[in-house]
Design a protein around this ligand. Structure first.
Ligand code: V1D
Ligand code: CA
Length: 508
């Protein structure tokens, strides 16, 4: 069966066929990213992101979207979720000095899975800056879809590295989206459980997390179907435990009905989709049997809802498959069909002997029986039905966004960027009346500096460099500064919820 034909469980939107309606897409890429190296024998290879970029370039897709070089996340950006001491450790540790800090290595879980390597902190700044930058773009309303294939590092915790992940760019991006949106949906199709994101938002009803993953004797060991959130967050966390060999039809038979229902019940203002490619057939660490098209069907489906969408990378260890998959998915985001025959590119040899864009599934056994999948689906839909009765869900319409005023040059402060400390602190806990909310929208503004520079990547292709802050990257000095940009926070509650999320302690 074609993966697009699996039932959507009552959702009126269909994702089959070509959705001819175009989306405004921005894509974040840093030409340095592929140079970071976890070390010999390590499964995680940032080079796969450079391979993806090469395919995008040779398919001519870079000209169809805004290509942005991310501004590196700063300490204070990372500290919106991570602890100060953990961020300070990541900033200062080096391969040479690490052995003088054995207790810190142990404390922050830095070692075999998450080694110290040259440029580690810049790597974290780059991939996190790209995801937050994507969220900023979506909040600003200039783009419908933002892409960062170097992001999606879903295992990182507040004070701990885990599973190849050091900082959690996803949590940081969601915090950015929460400045504008009352509810944000996080979906994770990496074969591993999205534990770091789940944990960060486990007690809030403003973020719903849904992870599809291999469960049972598999890293990280969490993601039981019975883990459903806690306190205000009860029923706002869904875990879909799967077994080896799941194929496209089985996957879509559970993905679409669940996500269709989530969209209907939760009505998110923005969606973050972690597209870990280790759920593909033939992955070096994975054991699922998805084809590239089956994997991309999740992207196609989420695109069909016309809700601001942040697409992130994640795992993926058979790198020729990862790059083909993410290139194909970029095509899906753009509504662009791509020729199966790969264009010649600098990594052409990786794709021998087929030189095909498509990642095929294999004949491996599917251990997920129809009956088991049906039971999982029913249990999850049952949990979802309880959302209706959850008092904390506010399904009222959002107040229409107020047109932003002209920037006031007198108020310009170039030192403000994604900075929650700059948010106005208000002392009213009560829900705001509509008129008061409206005036808050007009009056509470988080200022951002915003400059764009054009530069060229290693293939001579134009890259636009976005600066949402005052620190131009060395190679971009000389950029022309433009007017500051404003974004809004919509209520006192919203500010306080963001703070509450930042204060969330690890639940065990
Ligand atoms: F294959 C390896 C080579 C070198 C170093 C580590 C690994 C490796 C393979 N699998 N590490 C793992 C997993 N770790 C363990 C540890 C054993 N300890 C008790 C724990 O089983 C970690 C797998 C991480 C998967 C990361 C991810 O794909 O989910 C991801 N998502 O976004 C970025 C990465
Ligand atoms: Ca997952």
């Amino acid at each position: 069966m074609d993966p697009s034909s699996a039932g959507a469980g009552g959702n009126s939107l269909v994702s089959s066929g070509t959705d001819a309606q175009k989306r405004r897409v921005c894509y974040f890429y840093d030409p340095e990213l592929g140079n970071y190296y976890y070390g010999q024998g390590h499964a995680m290879k940032p080079h796969r992101v450079r391979m993806t970029h090469a395919l995008l370039a040779h398919y001519g897709l870079l000209g169809r979207m805004q290509v942005l070089r991310p501004l590196p996340a700063r300490d204070r950006d990372l500290c919106r979720f991570h602890s100060d001491d953990y961020v300070a450790f990541l900033r200062t540790v080096t391969p040479e000095t690490q052995f003088h800090q054995i207790s810190s290595l142990r404390r922050f879980n830095v070692g075999e899975d998450c080694p110290v390597f040259d440029g580690l902190y810049s790597y974290c700044q780059t991939y996190a800056g790209a995801s937050v930058g994507g969220a900023v773009k979506l909040n600003h309303g200039t783009h419908d879809i933002a892409i960062n294939w170097s992001g999606g590092l879903h295992h990182a915790k507040k004070s701990e590295a885990s599973g190849f992940c050091y900082v959690n760019d996803i949590v940081l991006a969601i915090l950015e989206l929460l400045k504008l949106h009352e509810r944000v949906l996080y979906i994770d199709i990496d074969i591993h459980h999205g534990d770091g994101v789940e944990e960060a938002f486990y007690t809030t009803n403003r973020v719903m997390t849904v992870s599809f993953h291999k469960f049972g004797e598999y890293f990280p060991g969490t993601g039981d179907i019975r883990d459903i959130g806690y306190s205000e967050g009860k029923y706002y966390c869904l875990n879909v435990p799967l077994d080896d060999g799941i194929d496209d039809d089985s996957y879509q038979s559970i993905f679409k009905p669940i996500i269709g229902k989530v969209m209907e019940m939760f009505r998110p203002g923005a969606v973050v989709l972690q597209c870990g490619a280790d759920s593909l057939s033939g992955d070096r660490l994975g054991c699922f049997n998805l084809s590239g098209k089956g994997h991309a069907e999740c992207v196609k489906y989420m695109r069909s809802f016309n809700v601001p969408l942040l697409l992130l990378g994640g795992g993926g260890y058979t790198i020729r498959n990862v790059s083909r998959c993410w290139c194909y998915e970029t095509g899906v985001a753009l509504g662009q069909e791509l020729d199966e025959k790969l264009p010649f590119n600098e990594y052409y040899g990786y794709f021998a002997p087929e030189y095909s864009l498509y990642v095929a599934s294999s004949n491996m056994e599917n251990k997920n029986t129809r009956k088991k999948l049906e039971e999982i689906k029913c249990e999850i839909l049952d949990n979802l039905s309880k959302l209706q009765h959850a008092p904390s869900v506010q399904f009222e319409e959002r107040i229409p966004e107020t047109k932003l005023p002209e920037p006031d040059e007198d108020q310009e402060d170039p030192d403000e960027r994604h900075d929650p400390d700059y948010d106005m602190v208000l002392d009213d806990h009560k829900p705001l009346e509509h008129s008061a909310r409206r005036s808050l929208i007009q009056n509470i503004r988080v200022k951002r500096e915003f400059t764009e520079t054009e530069t060229k990547d290693q293939h001579g292709k134009r890259l636009t460099t976005e600066h949402t802050g005052p620190e131009p990257m060395a190679e971009d000095l000389g950029s022309s500064k433009q007017a500051p940009e404003f974004t809004t926070v919509s209520s006192v509650q919203e500010l306080q919820s963001i703070q509450a999320i930042l204060d969330v302690e690890t639940l065990v």
